[in-house]
Design a protein around this ligand. Structure first.
Ligand code: SF4
Length: 437
């Protein structure tokens, strides 16, 4: 039995780095300290066994090389291919993905466009008063969870980094912290809060604006109720926010995907900037997939843009609303898709999935999911953080190295994308040679 200490969980954006994993006969037998979500990933479940190509309507087993060549052929034939996903894989694979998108003149987009894309745009416009989760653990005495539910989506966030952990200057843990939840419904997180503020759906922008007005001394011109919350309650919330020695506001898709979208985030960032005139306050998005923050970083340092990057003009072009995955699929402006570490068939609108089913789809993933059923080429890969190592970015922007703890016969995502690039180059040079003779 081999016992691996300080293993990083590659499930959600918390990237908990304190797991103990027991491995026997090259299999994970036991996982300690993780939540149920992380344990279920590390313990493993059904895998796609071999590469497959759809022939006469059926997925048929082929060699890896045949799958790479078929994927390359599809991408080369397409006029405007989409390369989508990238959130549940490591930065090394993401970097290769950008190279592949450039090679084939395609669009590279990540799952951020359907989760925290609006946050990324808001942060680009306004800047972010941020901090590491370590600073939050050690210093924050007031936590606000707005439109997010860490008790279910990031189960160890409160235990490791925020409301329930003891830190250097918060040694009494939950007893010395105040927790405020703002949401449109009760959640498991709100049940443990000191204060729960229930908004009307879609009123985040108005409520944030009201808080900013109260903070700047203009409460008297507000109506008695804003977004389903009384003015008196919002005044007392502002007093609470101001009373923090170190406040931290975490927000989720309840804010990024309600009415107002990136303007909600823009407004929330302004609120936090203004609170910093009175006390110390930070704000962080609750990133979901374990390396969705990483694809934003890699794409930004490689191309200057964080997502939805179109290479068809011979240079990176970014215009969410036009170049995001759902936009090009909805306009039928893409004629092939490579999907890696994602499942658009489960998450995209129905009409978009119907179009996806009509075009050639290449899937790279360790596990079968609904996208597999509409894929024409399926390439199984190793699970990063268990069977392959690499770099991932935690939700606060800290880069961490996920480990390989078991051997695997599956290639890593990085190797798969690298081999598709090699096939693209070989097929393209063959066409050029044949065309020239
Ligand atoms: S909170 Fe997230 S990163 Fe931590 S163990 Fe659970 S799933 Fe893994």
């Amino acid at each position: 039995m081999i016992v691996h200490e300080d293993v990083i969980c590659s499930f959600c954006g918390c990237l908990c780095d304190d797991l103990t994993v027991e491995v026997e006969d090259n299999q994970v037998k036991r996982v300690k300290h993780s939540c149920r979500l992380g344990a279920s990933k590390l313990m493993g479940h059904d895998r796609i066994k071999t590469p497959m190509i759809r022939q006469n309507g059926e997925l048929t087993e082929v060699s890896y090389q045949e799958a790479y060549d078929k994927a390359a052929e599809i991408l080369l034939r397409a006029k405007h291919p989409l390369l989508y996903g990238w959130a549940s894989t490591v930065c090394e694979a993401q970097k290769k993905g950008i190279l592949l998108a450039e090679e084939v003149g395609g669009i590279l987009d990540s799952t951020a466009t359907v989760c925290h894309g609006p946050s990324v745009i808001g942060i680009e416009e306004k800047g972010l008063a941020g901090a590491t989760l370590g600073q939050v653990k050690n210093r924050a005495d007031l936590l606000v969870f707005w439109g997010c539910n860490p008790a279910e989506a990031h189960p160890r966030h409160t235990l490791r980094y925020s409301s329930n952990v003891c830190g250097k200057f918060t040694s009494e843990g939950r007893k010395c912290k105040k927790v405020i939840v703002v949401d449109v419904r009760e959640t498991r997180t709100s049940k443990n809060a000191d204060k729960f503020i229930r908004l009307k759906p879609g009123s985040d922008y108005e409520v944030i604006s009201a808080l900013r007005m109260i903070l700047s001394g203009k409460a008297e011109i507000l109506p008695d109720e804003i977004g389903g919350v009384s003015k008196a309650e919002l005044i007392s919330l502002v007093e609470l926010l101001k009373s923090a020695k170190f406040g931290a506001l975490f927000f989720g898709l309840g804010v990024t995907h309600s009415r107002g979208r990136y303007k909600n985030i823009d407004n929330a960032l302004s609120l936090i900037a203004e609170l910093n005139a009175q006390t110390k306050f930070i704000i962080q998005p609750m990133r979901g997939h374990y390396n969705v923050a990483g694809i934003g970083q890699v794409a930004a340092w490689e191309t200057g843009f964080p997502m939805a990057i179109d290479f068809s003009r011979g240079m990176p072009y970014f215009n969410p609303g036009e170049t995001a995955a759902c936009d090009v699929l909805a306009r039928q402006d893409t004629d092939a898709a490579l999907v890696i570490a994602a499942d658009p068939a489960s998450n995209f609108p129905r009409s978009v999935v119907e179009y996806l089913a009509k075009i050639p789809v290449i899937q790279i993933d360790p596990h079968e999911n609904p996208t597999t059923f509409l894929a024409d080429v399926v390439i199984p890969s190793a699970v990063a953080g268990i069977e392959a190592e690499g770099t991932a970015y935690r939700m606060d922007g800290m880069s961490l190295r996920v480990k390989k703890i078991v051997e695997s016969s599956y290639p890593s995502d990085e190797e798969v994308v690298h081999n598709i690039i090699a096939s693209v180059r070989r097929l393209r040079s063959n066409v050029i040679v044949e065309g020239g003779t």
